[in-house]
Ligand binder design. Structure first.
Ligand SMILES: [Zn+2]
Length: 448
């Protein structure tokens, strides 16, 4: 009798989104040691592989997990608070909010974020940083998700209260401490990067040192870039250079830099991004009120682009919502004036939301596609539903019809985090209860 190859988990008889962003039906996926061991016709897998644990994939599509390339776990308790507000949201709402967050609030907010991401199909995220980040690290480790976390780093700026600023020395120390404590933890799921909140809230000396320290440790740096007109104007006034030109002049740019937003770019800045291999993360819904990014041109030049939510305060944590919004924005702004209905096709959008995110996290060799040898970071989608089926083209359907609530299952690093929408690693009822209490008391304290 033929000897079967043993594995940890087999997902049987499903459809899959292939590494070249096409659909294949009647497939099975074999997972062993956190990794995708085989993907093949269901019959071939049955003949060659065994496993104690199986998952029925009938009526489901499995695809690489979505990646939120820019978000803030600490902003979960701001949901519904900033829509339709006049400027300055930063001074009136964000500053009192952030400076009134307790360590307990940060823990609750991080747990709610992880729960929300699991239920929305996001298997990996980049947290742009806040305070008490060790609580975010612990929540991410517990949740089973893959994450890149950073500290919020600011040491200057007239719109930032003194209480939120650190000295250069303190700022660097916090980044290094978080790195030493958590980089590579959670079986390698959690990475720690260095961070600058924005160019205008950090001195040139701090900026240079943050990049230096990150390079010494071979880790990444992330920053909010080219998001607001006042940021461009500050750089022009103080440095006679636009933000990316300024960073280039400091000789800090390299391919380990993740530039969130990157909306208000000159052509020269697009060239700088391309020349240094900088990674970009757009946040379509949050960015829509500030500008439309030059994504077709960035992609044409081979720049790596990922998608982010910018945290729950702007629109929730659904990357499926970001994909839909981004498609419409790209078509309306870049496609319509030149009559190009295909300015951002569905396959490209799915690539930005998966592999683009893995590139943003500097881990495209490890995850971001469903193929043999990559980490088993997968989501299952219940496609047998009236708003999805029948369809002429399920790749288009994933962009046009599928919502985050259609995500039925999640596997990260080979571990099942959600099965048939039941989250296995977190206590949903407890987190929801604590989150409501935390939002109430925080609102009173912060007066927002
Ligand atoms: Zn942000």
């Amino acid at each position: 009798m033929k000897q079967l190859i043993e594995s940890d988990l087999i997902i049987k008889d499903c459809s899959i989104l292939t590494a070249d962003f096409d659909i294949k039906d009647n497939q099975s996926i074999v997972i062993k040691n956190q990794t995708i061991l085989a993907v093949d016709d269901a019959a071939a897998i049955r003949e060659n592989y065994s496993s104690l644990s199986t998952m029925d994939g009938k009526g489901k599509l499995f695809m690489p997990g979505l990646v939120d390339s820019h978000m803030h776990t600490c902003q979960q308790l701001l949901k519904g608070r900033i829509a339709d507000e006049y400027p300055m949201i930063w001074t009136r709402i964000m500053v009192p909010f952030e400076s009134n967050l307790t360590e307990q609030d940060v823990q609750t907010s991080a747990q709610l974020s992880c729960l929300d991401m699991i239920k929305s199909g996001t298997t990996a995220f980049v947290d742009a940083g806040g305070t008490y980040m060790h609580q975010v690290a612990e929540s991410a480790i517990q949740s089973g998700l893959r994450g890149t976390i950073t500290c919020s780093t600011m040491n200057t700026g007239n719109q930032i209260p003194e209480s939120m600023k650190a000295t250069e020395e303190e700022a660097l120390k916090r980044n290094v401490e978080l790195f030493d404590a958590y980089h590579g933890s959670g079986e390698g799921r959690l990475n720690v990067w260095f961070s600058l909140r924005s160019i205008i809230s950090c001195t040139p000396s701090l900026i240079t040192k943050v990049f230096e320290k990150a390079k010494e440790r071979n880790t990444g740096v992330q920053t909010h870039m080219n998001e607001y007109p006042n940021e461009i104007s500050f750089c022009l006034e103080n440095y006679q250079k636009r933000p990316f030109e300024f960073l280039e002049s400091l000789q800090v740019l390299d391919s380990n830099f993740l530039s969130a937003h990157s909306i208000l770019l000159s052509e020269n800045e697009v060239d700088i991004i391309q020349n240094h291999g900088v990674k970009v993360a757009h946040c379509p819904i949050s960015n829509a009120g500030k500008g439309i990014p030059k994504t077709p041109s960035l992609l044409q030049k081979g720049v790596s682009v990922g998608l982010g939510t910018d945290g729950a305060a702007h629109s929730g944590l659904s990357i499926f919502d970001e994909i839909k919004t981004f498609k419409s924005l790209m078509r309306a702004y870049w496609g319509t004036p030149i009559f190009d209905p295909k300015v951002m096709p569905a396959g490209n959008l799915l690539e930005l939301a998966t592999l683009g995110g893995a590139r943003a996290m500097l881990q495209e060799d490890r995850f971001g596609t469903l193929e043999v040898g990559k980490k088993a970071d997968l989501i299952g989608i219940d496609i047998d539903q009236p708003h999805i089926q029948p369809t002429h083209n399920l790749v288009n359907g994933l962009v046009e019809s599928v919502n985050s609530t259609d995500v039925s299952d999640m596997i990260v690093n080979g571990e099942v985090l959600m099965k048939d929408r039941e989250v296995l690693t977190m206590d949903e009822e407890k987190i929801m209860y604590e989150s409501k209490l935390a939002m109430e008391s925080m609102s009173k304290r912060a007066g927002i």
